[in-house]
Design a protein around this ligand. Structure first.
Ligand code: PGA
Length: 249
C-alpha cells in the first residue's frame, strides 16, 4: 500500500557533540541525504550547535530542529531557550516533552502543551513525545497513559501539517530493548484513535516510533502498522547508521 504520510526520520543528538564533530556528522548526513528522497530527514543538535548545523546542511534536504523550548517568547528565564530563538537559528522543528525532559525537569503534560503552542507561535513544528514507563506497561496501563498524555500534551488547535507525535516507550530509550512490531502497531493505532477524539485531521498526523532504533532493526519497526518514521537517539550520532535507518523506510 502506498504511504499517504511522508515518513520522517529524526535524529535526537541529546547532550552530545562539540562543534568539530557535530559539523562532520551534519555534513555526513547531508551528503548521504542526496540518495534519500523517500523521507524527510531531521537532525536535532544541542542548542549551542543549531545555528552552525543549520549552516552546514544548507542546500541539502536535511532539516534542523531543537530539543526543547520554553513556553514564553522571551523574558527572565535564565538558561532557557525560546522557540523563536531556535527558529532564528535555522530550526524548523522542536522536540517537546521528551521523557528525559519530563523526568529530569519535571515537565507535566500542561507544560508540554504550552511548549507545543510556543513552537507554533514561532513557526516551528513540534514533535510531541509520549510513552509509558516499564512499570506502567507491566501494570497494563500503557493505553490509558498514552490517552492521558495525548489529552494533556497536544494542544486542541493541532492540525496534521503542524504536529508530529513520537511514541517512545520510556523503557526502550537507550536500552537496546524494543517492543515487538505488534506492540508498536497496537500503540500507534491506539494513539491515532485518541488523536481522533482531539482533532479532525488525526489520520494525516505523522506518528514516529522512538526507542533503540538502529540500522539493523529499522526496517522491521518502520514496517509496523501506522508508523510514519522514527525518532532516533544513539544511532543518530553516526551518519552511516542514521542514513541506514532512512534507507530502511
Ligand atoms: P535511543 O533514544 O534511540 O538512544 O533509544 C531515542 C530517543 O530518546 O529519542
Amino acid at each position: 500500500m502506498a504511504r499517504t504520510r511522508r515518513p520522517l526520520i529524526a535524529g535526537n543528538w541529546k547532550m552530545n557533540g562539540l562543534k568539530a564533530d557535530a559539523l562532520t556528522l551534519a555534513k555526513g548526513v547531508a551528503d548521504g541525504a542526496k540518495a534519500t528522497s523517500n523521507c524527510d530527514l531531521l537532525v536535532c543538535p544541542p542548542a549551542t550547535l543549531v545555528m552552525a548545523v543549520a549552516e552546514a546542511v544548507k542546500g541539502s534536504n536535511v532539516l534542523v530542529g531543537g530539543q526543547d523550548c520554553h513556553p514564553k517568547a522571551n523574558g527572565a528565564h535564565t538558561g532557557d531557550i525560546a522557540a523563536e530563538m531556535l527558529r532564528d537559528a535555522g530550526a524548523a522543528y522542536v522536540i517537546v516533552g521528551h521523557s528525559e525532559r519530563r523526568t529530569d525537569h519535571g515537565e507535566t503534560d500542561a507544560i508540554v502543551r504550552a511548549k507545543a503552542e510556543a513552537a507554533w507561535r514561532a513557526g516551528l513544528i513540534p514533535i510531541v513525545c509520549i510513552g509509558e514507563t516499564l512499570a506502567e506497561r507491566e501494570a497494563g496501563s500503557t493505553f490509558s497513559v498514552l490517552a492521558r498524555q495525548i489529552k494533556g500534551s497536544i494542544p486542541p488547535a493541532a492540525t496534521a501539517a503542524r504536529l508530529v507525535v513520537a511514541y517512545e516507550p520510556v523503557w526502550a530509550i537507550g536500552t537496546g530493548k524494543t517492543p515487538t512490531t505488534a506492540e508498536v502497531a497496537a500503540a500507534h493505532v491506539h494513539i491515532r484513535k485518541e488523536l481522533g477524539g482531539a482533532m479532525s485531521e488525526a489520520s494525516a498526523v505523522r506518528l514516529l516510533y522512538g526507542g533503540s532504533v538502529k540500522g539493523s532493526n529499522a526496517a522491521e519497526l518502520l514496517a509496523a502498522g501506522d508508523v510514519d518514521g522514527a525518532l532516533v537517539g544513539g544511532a543518530s550520532l553516526k551518519a552511516d547508521e542514521f542514513l541506514a535507518i532512512a534507507k530502511a523506510v
